[in-house]
Design a binder for this molecule. Sequence first.
Ligand code: PEP
Ligand code: MG
Length: 756
Amino acid sequence: MLDTLRRIVQEVNSATDLRTALDLMARRVRDAMGTEVCSIYLLNRDRQRYVLMASEGLKAEAVGHVSLDVTEGLVGHVGQREEPLNLEDAFTHPKFLYLAETGEDPFHAFLGVPVMHQGEVLGVLVVQQRDSRRFDQSEEAFLVTISAQLSAVVAHARATGDLTTDSSGGEPEPAFFDGLPGAQGAAIGIAIRVYPSADLSSVPDREAEDINAEIALLDNALVKARHEVRALAERASRSLGREEQALFEVYLRMLDRHALPGEVVEKIRAGQWAQGALRMVIDEHVRNFELMDDAYLRERAADVRDIGRRVLAHLQSDQRREVEYPAETVLVGEEITTAMLMEVPRENIVGIATSRGSRNSHMAIVARSMGIPTVVGAAGLPLKQLDGREVIVDGFKGRLIANANSELKHQFEAIILEEKSLLAGLEKLRDLPAETEDGKRIDIMVNTGLMTDISRSLERGAEGVGLYRTEIPFMVRDRFPSEDEQKVIYREQLEAFAPHPVTMRTLDVGGDKELPYFPIEEENPFLGWRGIRLTLDHPEIFMVQIRAMLKASEGLDNLRIMLPMVTTVFEVEEAQHLIHRAWLEVRGEGFDVVMPPVGVMIEVPAAVYQARALAQRVDFLSIGTNDLTQYLLAVDRNNRQVAALYNSWHPAVLQAIIHVIESAHAEGKPVSVCGEMAGDPASALMLMAMGVDTLSMNASHLLRVKAAIRKMKITAARKLLFEVLAMDNGEVIASYISLQLDKAGLGDLISHRRAV
Ligand code: PEP
Ligand code: MG
């Protein structure tokens, strides 16, 4: 059964369009289950009807024409109940609806399962049989499994443009690809796919501009590939046996002008560019080999793929033509690196969307700093098909939209305009304090990491740095920066903000923050070797960093040191001991520096409950709500699948924050919040009402938060806080706060409400 499943999925996945995929699916499922009918109904969301999209066994004329309302018939019933329906005799079911056009009258046995994707019904898969009989458990299990596997194919097709779910030829439905917000904001632009070289699967379809030139490029690449294989064979002859050498003969035969290349040329003549044509031919052969029963022949698929990759590498080195980036480019790719981002002129990029990657990748950090709306981790992005098409990036909600209808487009155009005018209007707040209408003030600081953050922060009137993520300058290098190199970088931050404080967090790598030159392989990176755990195991790295910070602060005395991922008081004592030692060393070397205040980040539940003990030992606490939320709720902050559960309004998170504030204040120590919550105007107001002393956020959120504070009374914020603390549901709290702040005239400032 597994084998049959695998083959069906493989075949369907490699179909070039949805119609072919669905036809194949219907045929293969009917054959595999030995039923008389297999039909696929897909939901047309606009019309709220299930359309018969493919069928083996029902009348061919019905396909694309017959449809049912979402509440009609057995199909509608399966969709509504979102579970399988297995009937010995469909005719006797009260929901049975006879559709004469399909010719289904002779079929009694009915088994229907919903096609579900991310909690949404996309359609219904049905098998039918003439005789009355109940499908057995294993048949039901088979259909459920195949439907689950194939739902991804349907979801994927939603964006390919051929997902007009009936033959009425109407506009394709908008396609939504959910990921995570990488950088807030919205943008509309043309998707331009960026991809790493020599990766066949990521080569897009593209029309050949000059067919003869494409053929010449291919010939040239083939000459080089043959040469390469001969050289390999030559090298192999010295170390391998005869059998292995025979492999290269096979390679050379495949590269013969009359073999694979002949087919590639045919595709080029039909209008594809050389890279696209190569991908098509290689894909076809790989698929054929993989479907073979003979294990030896199946293995050949890998050889074909290898040949393809080699030819592609040569093609790409000859064909690395300058990509033309439209004025409004949305970069899309599996994983986009900072280097890829830098290849595009800044004024041309309006948005970014990736199918992998995390919010803490270096690229996402850079995008936030540059203010480019970004979506990360939108798995299932049909990158090939998106290339060159208009898309919308919704960086508030973390989704990419393709096939947007005019209504949706207008909504986003309005949001983009509103954002622009809102931000322009906020600039006048630059030098005004973050003070409520009734006179309560709070310190507003910035989170930095990149050099460019400095000017952006100062332009917006930042009153110091609440979190300098030192791992960022570590990420862009190919080795640990030396003490002197670090000193120069840190000095720049300290000088730029002096006399305001700059809170430097010691190296926080591990989890999803990787250093290319210090790979950490772990089953559970977020519960593993990260932050202070790693640096205490490597005091040489820690000491160099502290010494560089101290030296950089000479004459400025505005340095504060902060420790990430603290779980025990022992870690703090150990770190303090090292910091003290570094301070003595630095002073011994003649640097006239004061001992800086040292603080602890509260970002794991254990630290919440030990907040008082920690506060006794240090000078300040800072709550990292990004990690605190993920650890309290046991929700990976980078996992799109559980993104809806990641909610900092969860009562447990709010209670934890209050507990930390009370504990710190009981010890006479200040508390700041430096996670994303601080940069969200609604959360910022509640944090202020809770008694937080400082809010530290990305510079791009600063003026918006300041505006919200200046429009509110602290008494009103406290009253609202009091009300929500009595609530037990994070979703309800979020909506209630939005509603109340909207009423108070702050609606335009609350960004998370913006996404459509
Ligand atoms: C946090 O966890 O809230 C935080 C500020 O740190 P980071 O996002 O860098 O992990
Ligand atoms: Mg953190």
